[in-house]
Write a protein that binds this ligand. Structure first.
Ligand code: F6R
Length: 604
């Protein structure tokens, strides 16, 4: 959470920093600020605003800040509520050092007490202010050495950016647990939490690894390890351009990303099939159990993945919330395969659970979207979802890509372990290739879904029901709705409803029923009957033309028939995304940046 950007070069820093912050806003958006060295580099100018980057931008309008070295920050509050005082950058007592920070300093309270005893006063409630004062306190005439000394005292996971009037021609960036990349330009260089922040200016990047520190001047970037030893790091070039991170005519990123799914599915399939020799498939004979760990939407993908892996690989699978798995004594061994699923590859809960399990001997396969992200580098094997940047805070296109990757993983592993034949595998390949066409069919239902959204947007609660492969999709539908519309919603396996949640049903409760014509269709119809008998409002998603389901449905959203029931979870996800989207838009909510959330959750 929180986004950092830093610039040193020949341009005015403020527009570059504001641009960068806008592209990082998905990481947090409760306040924003910049720190820029003034033209004669004698003073640090700090400007902050509560609210979004556009509030800071409006506030800075007409202010003449000409410096070309600066750092900036968009915040997702951890220590202290959103306020000007708590907004970053934070400045040291004498005003010579400014710091932006993403992450948490776990021992900040004891450091703060030590600094207060030395005469430092604190203006904010943040953990970050400690870093600025500590750098000032330990400054020994060499900013790099001082930041390294400070890093040894800080506990927690963090990334920081530092500028100083004491050594005005540099920016220092340090990574320990939270992401930080360096952008390489001509006569200018950058640091940022993520690539899109600076993609407008360069396509050449270096990813900092943990405990690495970058010293940027206008013309040079040097990387050191935490002991101050210089390192050589090879830059890489990204091949997507800034259009991929823009709305492209859609009202919201979320809508654009929902509509991108036919393409992202094609890309994910192509990516997987170009990587069939991934070494993970040669390890399966050594694996006795599989644990899928993930959070939020990625966890829901894992729940579906369990069905496929158990069916085709015939290895027992446990799916757990990463935040829970890490703190329970689950026996892992070198015969355990951990599958860590994460769009960002930066989710602290997932990363640290995977790191712990790996330390205990397990092998880790990660399924991630962001190439080069921390989790991908901390795993034994990686399968990428090839979706490009996902900017909307609510995951959409990456969820369907995770499902496809899990299905393909199960099928390919099934092939390797002799549970399915080469021709069966090829048959599945063909069926999956047809998915983009099916998703385009679903997207044609958008208008009907919008009309249904108008009818029910005032409901206080929603229930989502599904069975078998599709019960996790009910969970995901409920999560999508609650996170962007703030309507309370629950997902349930339909067969479990009678064991409690049925008490919630009355004439005011919309119940979204996933009723594809699969092997559990008849069972699902019985569950819908139970809802109807209690006067619930039945909204069905189905490809069935049966009279019975038509009579039971207050509203029906048509989904295309599929050649294989494994495809239903993917097809059903899209109308649920659209339903959540439209309800949130009708309610006037901030769809792309819902309150209290952040796209990348780098705190535990
Ligand atoms: C919901 C959503 C979150 C994420 C979760 C994990 O729409 O986006 O629930 O799925 O924070 O994030 P990743 O996948 O980046 O680990």
């Amino acid at each position: 959470m929180c986004g950092i950007v830093g610039y040193i070069g020949h341009r005015k820093a403020v527009p570059v920093l504001l641009h960068g912050l806008q592209r990082l806003e998905y990481r947090g958006y409760d306040s924003a600020g910049i720190a820029v060295l003034d033209e004669n580099k004698k003073q640090i100018i700090i400007e902050k605003q509560v609210g979004k980057v556009k509030d800071l931008q409006e506030y800075l309008w007409g202010k003449d800040i000409n410096g070309s070295i600066g750092i900036a920050h968009t915040r997702w509050a951890t220590h202290g509520p959103p306020s000007i005082e708590n907004a970053h950058p934070h400045i040291s007592k004498s005003g010579t050092i400014a710091v932006v920070h993403n992450g948490i300093i776990e021992n900040y309270a004891s450091l703060k007490e030590m600094l207060i005893n030395k005469g430092y006063t604190f203006k904010s409630q943040t953990d970050t202010e400690v870093i600025a004062h500590l750098i000032e306190d330990l400054y020994d005439g060499n900013l790099l050495n001082t930041v390294l000394k400070v890093a040894k005292q800080l506990e927690g996971a963090y990334a920081i950016g530092v500028i100083s009037t004491l050594e005005p021609d540099k920016i220092i960036g340090l990574r320990k647990g939270s992401p930080l990349i360096v952008g390489l330009g001509e006569g200018e260089n950058f640091i940022a939490s993520d690539i899109p922040a600076i993609l407008e200016y360069t396509k050449k990047f270096i990813t900092l690894d943990d405990e690495e520190i970058a010293v940027l001047t206008k013309d040079k970037v040097e990387i050191y390890d935490i002991n101050g030893d210089k390192k050589e790091k090879k830059p890489f070039t990204v091949n997507w351009d800034i259009a991929a991170a823009e709305k492209g005519g859609y009202k919201h990123f979320m809508l654009k990303e929902i509509y991108e799914q036919p393409r992202t599915i094609t890309d994910t399939l192509a990516g997987f099939f170009s990587n069939l020799d991934n070494p993970v498939f040669r390890q399966l004979d050594k694996i006795q159990n599989i644990v899928i760990i993930a959070c939020g939407t990625s966890y829901h993908a894992g729940l579906v993945g369990k069905f496929w892996i158990e069916k085709y690989v015939k290895i027992p699978v446990i799916v757990d919330y990463a935040s829970e798995f890490r703190y329970r004594d689950f026996p892992v061994s070198d015969k355990t395969l951990i599958i860590a699923i994460s769009q960002s590859g930066e989710t602290a809960d997932t990363r640290f659970a995977a790191i712990d399990a790996r330390r205990k001997g397990a092998k880790v396969l990660s399924i991630v979207n962001v190439v080069g992200s921390s989790l991908s580098r901390e795993s034994d094997y990686v399968l990428y979802t090839y979706c490009g940047p996902e900017i909307g805070v609510a995951a959409t296109k990456t969820f369907t890509a995770q499902l496809i990757t899990l299905l393909l993983f199960a099928l390919k592993s099934g092939l390797e372990s002799g549970n399915i034949t080469a021709s069966e595998f090829e048959e599945y390949h063909k069926k999956l290739n047809h998915l983009p066409v099916l998703i385009n069919e679903v997207l044609k239902e958008d208008k009907i879904i919008e009309e249904i959204s108008y009818k029910y947007h005032n409901a206080k609660d929603f229930l989502f029901l599904g069975r078998g492969l599709n019960y996790p999709i009910a969970f995901e539908g409920a999560l999508k709705l609650k996170e962007i519309s703030y309507i309370h919603a629950e997902g349930y396996p339909a067969g479990e409803m009678k064991h409690g949640p049925i008490a919630l049903i009355d004439e005011n409760l919309p119940v979204v029923c996933l009723a594809p014509k699969d092997s559990l269709y008849e069972k699902m119809i019985s569950n819908i009957q139970e809802v109807k008998a209690r006067k619930g409002i039945v909204i069905t998603l189905t490809d069935s033309e049966d009279k019975e389901i038509k009579e039971l449905s207050n509203e029906a959203i048509k989904i295309p028939s599929v050649s294989d029931e494994n495809l239903y979870p993917i097809v059903l996800s899209v109308p649920l995304q659209l339903l959540a989207y439209h309800i949130a838009v009708i309610l006037g909510k901030d769809v792309d940046q819902p309150r209290n959330l952040a796209k990348t959750v780098t705190v535990e």
